[in-house]
Design a protein around this ligand. Structure first.
Ligand code: NAI
Length: 327
């Protein structure tokens, strides 16, 4: 198998190179993302391997199909960036449905603790011999209500962590999990009663901008919003308004609606042309990480192993358990 691997970072090579050698596969690592202009480079390969911010539109699918790519192997769980309908009958699509729910849930918890107790600000202060604690006051999480939107694999681990903090756990999911120690309720009720809201649902047309002006209006004053799922679950304009009006007391964001031009890149010598991102970064109560919730040793290893297994199953004509199909 010859694999065209897009949007490569040094840590991808560490995990994928030795495995590819074991399977006898050849990988060409491209630094650039997969989109209309780079898709033609897939000519001569059998498989394309892509990631969260590649743009796999119908046009890209057509180019891959013309280049006789049989498999699109997403090395991630989410596939909102793939036009699955366009892929039907042209190219098979697989993903890594679960590699480490703990990695993402633990990062969500890290964001929550940091935003609440402002440890990122304390770190900067004490390094500058500023030992003042003015402005760093948080709240006890104990006995506060956390609302979890989406109680799949990650949401369930996050619920466990929240129980560890002795929080009251509310949840909303159109497909509630059985036997989970949470109080399922409606989205509106969760929004109205939660001190902390954490998003763990996929990005679909139903969940696009699930957090918007209307939902923010119904939230408790000072609510903390955590988003480790997908940026477009949150309407950025509404979030900015909510922060400016102080309705939202803090936000921990690992994802951002327009992240694809920025996240994973070192732009420290550049001017950020995205005014919304720049504004978000200016708030003292907003902590943004660059889509790193998945990024643990265990998760990277599992992603590489499952991706290679997916490719091997495709090669040998087995049943593709991790295939994504249009509904
Ligand atoms: P999952 O498929 O196990 O769980 C998703 C849950 O969301 C399901 O229970 C589903 O019923 C629920 N859901 C679907 N529509 C909903 C709606 N309208 N409202 C509320 N809930 C809804 O997925 P998993 O593994 O828990 O991942 C969740 C999301 O986390 C992924 O879709 C992905 O976007 C994101 N993610 C982010 C990572 C990061 O590094 N920041 C890494 C991995 C995943």
């Amino acid at each position: 198998m010859k694999i065209a691997f897009y949007d490569t970072k040094p840590y991808d090579r560490i995990w994928f190179e030795p495995l590819a050698a074991e399977y006898g596969y050849k990988i060409k690592f491209f630094d650039y993302k997969l989109h209309v202009d780079t898709a033609p480079l897939s000519a001569g390969y059998d498989v394309v391997c892509a990631f969260v911010n590649d743009i796999i539109s119908d046009e890209v699918i057509d180019i891959l199909h013309k280049n006789k790519i049989g498999l699109l192997a997403m090395r991630c769980a989410g596939y909102n960036n793939v036009d699955i309908k366009a892929a039907e009958g042209k190219i098979r699509v697989v993903r890594v449905p679960s590699y480490s729910p703990a990695a993402v849930a633990e990062h969500a918890a890290a964001l929550l603790l940091s935003v609440n107790r402002k440890t990122y600000r304390a770190y900067i202060r004490t390094r500058d011999n500023n030992f003042s604690i003015n402005g760093l006051m948080g709240i006890d999480l104990k006995e506060k209500a956390v609302g979890i939107i989406g109680t799949g694999k990650i949401g369930q681990v996050f619920a466990d962590i929240a129980h560890g903090f002795r929080m009251r756990v509310l949840a909303y999911d159109p497909y509630p999990a059985q036997g989970l120690d949470v109080e399922y309720t409606t989205l509106d009720d969760l929004i109205a009663r939660s001190d902390v809201i954490s998003l763990h649902c996929p990005l679909t047309k139903d969940t696009h901008h699930i957090i918007n002006n209307e939902t923010i209006e119904k939230m408790k004053d000072g609510v903390i919003l955590i988003n480790t799922s997908r940026g477009a679950l949150v309407n950025t304009d509404a979030l900015l308004e909510g922060l400016k009006s102080k309705k939202i007391g803090g936000a921990g964001l690992d994802v951002y609606e327009e992240e694809s031009d920025y996240f994973f890149e070192d732009l420290s010598n550049d001017i950020i042309p995205d005014d919304d991102l720049a504004r978000l970064l200016s708030f003292p109560n907003v902590l943004i990480t660059s889509h790193q919730a998945f990024f643990t040793r265990e998760a990277m290893q599992a992603i590489a192993i499952v991706t290679m297994e997916n490719i091997h199953t495709f090669e040998t004509g087995g049943a593709l358990d991790n295939e994504v199909v249009a509904h």
